[in-house]
Design a protein around this ligand. Sequence first.
Ligand code: PXP
Length: 239
Amino acid sequence: MLKLGVNIDHIATVREARKAQFPRPLDGALLAEKAGAWGITAHLREDRRHIQDADMCELSQKVKNLNMEMAVTDEMVAFAVKIKPHSSCLVPEKRQELTTEGGLDVVGQLDKIRVAVDKLHQSGIIVSLFIDPEEAQLDAAKAVNADYVELHTGTFANASGAEQIRELERLKGAAKYAHRIGLAVNAGHGIDYVNISGILEIPHLSELNIGHSIVGRAITVGMEEAVREMINAMKPYAK
Ligand code: PXP
């Protein structure tokens, strides 16, 4: 069954807009779980623009399968080792970006990433690498012993027409290649209630990580309904 991981960063974005106490990411996370989400993802950014350290600590204690999105830094690896999320997803991070832009360059940072993966594994944390759908990055992910790759679907989500079809073919090819070399495959970024139908053509998927569209939808229909609608949209997945 294709699993849903709900990224709750933007609940914290609303709270931080006023530096207030509410809304609380944990409340949204628990409602998402209640509605059938398999996992909860939160990104502790270096600039702490949305999720805060205390959110991560609380989430790690109260949700079932917490996925900590994080940059490959000593600070973040040490934090993950301290709170022990179920899994971690290593992402590139730039201070000025609006959201994660592009996948992690595993090829160019093999040794650094291998050290981070080893440290996380020693604490029993499953490791996923967020990468663009390229064979060289997949080979590198395998070489550093990642458990999963999360294929970056942002380019597909932002494209249209022939360009979008081309990007979907790249994602499908990458998923097949990842499966062949023994990597488990997740996907995420920019997935919404409409483009999900294209995403479902990608074979071998374990989990989708979806944030902005679900949190946005929750503003009008509530978190539980927004999550249920996405789970229903994922049901035709067969591969
Ligand atoms: N996966 C990764 C690695 C991400 O960085 C993000 C954005 O934080 C997501 C998934 C979720 O993307 P979106 O909010 O566009 O659904």
